[in-house]
Design a protein around this ligand. Structure first.
Ligand SMILES: [Mg+2]
Length: 352
């Protein structure tokens, strides 16, 4: 099989600030795998989390380094290719781009969407949340209004853990609450920006305001303390930065109530499917999340969306120049298309 990669830049309509920093644009990688007259597509986005960073340009070089070995494989050889990627110590982002392209190729070769191949029920897809980054109270209100102009907002994810402290967090949260639709559900993601005392205070404060759960209240590495927060039972606790792949899940089972699975962290749909089942076997809920992903990556996530309890695949909705078209919003649900593979096409050739 032939593998080609190229880089593209996507720009955000609204720069997203979280506890660790701000992103206004992202360089992403587009991977095309061709074999037997069929082309499968994958994507990797640049991201930084929990002190780890993966850049698309570096992932491109790492993929190019194993392309000669991949050329001897068939896209049906998922197990062999996964083994090769692990033995070559490819980072998760590079594995994701290849794994997505293998799945897209398979679906296209068989002429079926992946969700259909896996027998999933798209009526079970939960509503997608829209993210409001750390900002002034006024800017947070403006951001919510802008979301409401493009999306029927059912679920709001508010980023807290401000470097200015929990008084700033509370002011921003209250500002959003003031203008949010009364029926809107709210989650909070602190991106590890609190210490234990702040987390205890904030989780109690957020519970009084009807928040459903809190994601990554403490930094990666502080999982034992997250277990203390879980034991208090104030609000469900989800792990994001603390949960990268399958082997993290059993260790987290008694410390959190759920995990945020991201394709870029885990290495693609193969690992994500294993993680969903393992999390459920451990009694954990499952959310799917994203970074600065285009609709290509989020359409891959949407293939598994019927298995999620919560869906946070909104990054492409904040892009000015997404080169792709794929999964579409229907009543706030990100529904994959009834097209083979990932159901993604170039936007310039898309028939909306
Ligand atoms: Mg998160």
């Amino acid at each position: 099989m032939k593998v080609e990669t190229s880089l593209f830049t996507v720009h955000k309509r609204y720069a997203l600030r979280i506890s660790r920093g701000t992103r206004a644009q992202s360089e992403n990688l587009w991977l095309r795998l061709s074999h037997d007259g069929v082309e499968g597509w994958g994507e990797a986005s640049s991201f930084s989390t929990g002190g780890k960073r993966q850049e698309a340009a570096q992932l491109k070089r790492q993929i190019e380094a194993i392309t000669p070995k991949l050329s001897h494989c068939s896209p049906w050889d998922h197990q062999q290719i996964e083994q090769l990627m692990r033995s070559e110590q490819l980072p998760s982002g590079a594995r994701t781009a290849i794994d997505l392209a293998l799945h897209d190729w398979m679906g296209k070769k068989l002429g079926v969407p992946l969700w259909k191949l896996w027998g999933l029920d798209c009526d079970r897809i939960p509503p997608v949340s829209v993210t409001i980054g750390i900002s002034s109270p006024e800017a947070a209100q403006e951001r919510l209004r802008a979301w409401q102009e493009t999306v029927a907002v059912e679920v709001i994810k508010i980023k807290l853990g401000s470097p200015e402290g929990i008084v700033a967090d509370q002011a921003m949260f209250s500002a959003v609450e003031d203008v949010a639709p009364p029926e809107a559900r709210i989650y909070v993601d602190a991106n590890g920006g609190w210490n234990l005392a702040d987390a205890i205070a904030m989780i109690g404060w957020l519970r009084e305001r009807g928040v459903e759960y809190v994601e990554q209240p403490l930094a990666e590495g502080e999982e034992e303390l997250m277990g203390e927060l879980k034991a208090r039972g104030t609000l469900p606790i989800f792990a994001d930065e603390s949960c990268w792949s399958l082997t993290d899940i059993p260790k987290l089972a008694d410390k959190v109530n759920g995990i945020n699975i991201k394709l870029m962290k885990c290495g693609g749909l193969t690992e994500a499917r294993r993680m969903v089942e393992t999390a459920k076997a451990c009694g954990l809920q499952v959310m799917f999340g994203c970074y600065s992903d285009s609709v290509l990556l989020n359409s891959a996530g949407a293939q598994l969306a019927p298995l999620a309890d919560y869906l946070d695949l909104d990054s492409h909705l904040n892009l000015k120049d997404d080169p792709f078209a794929g999964a579409q919003l229907e009543d706030c649900r990100l529904v994959p298309r009834d097209l083979p593979g990932l159901g993604v096409v170039r936007r310039d050739s898309a028939v909306e």
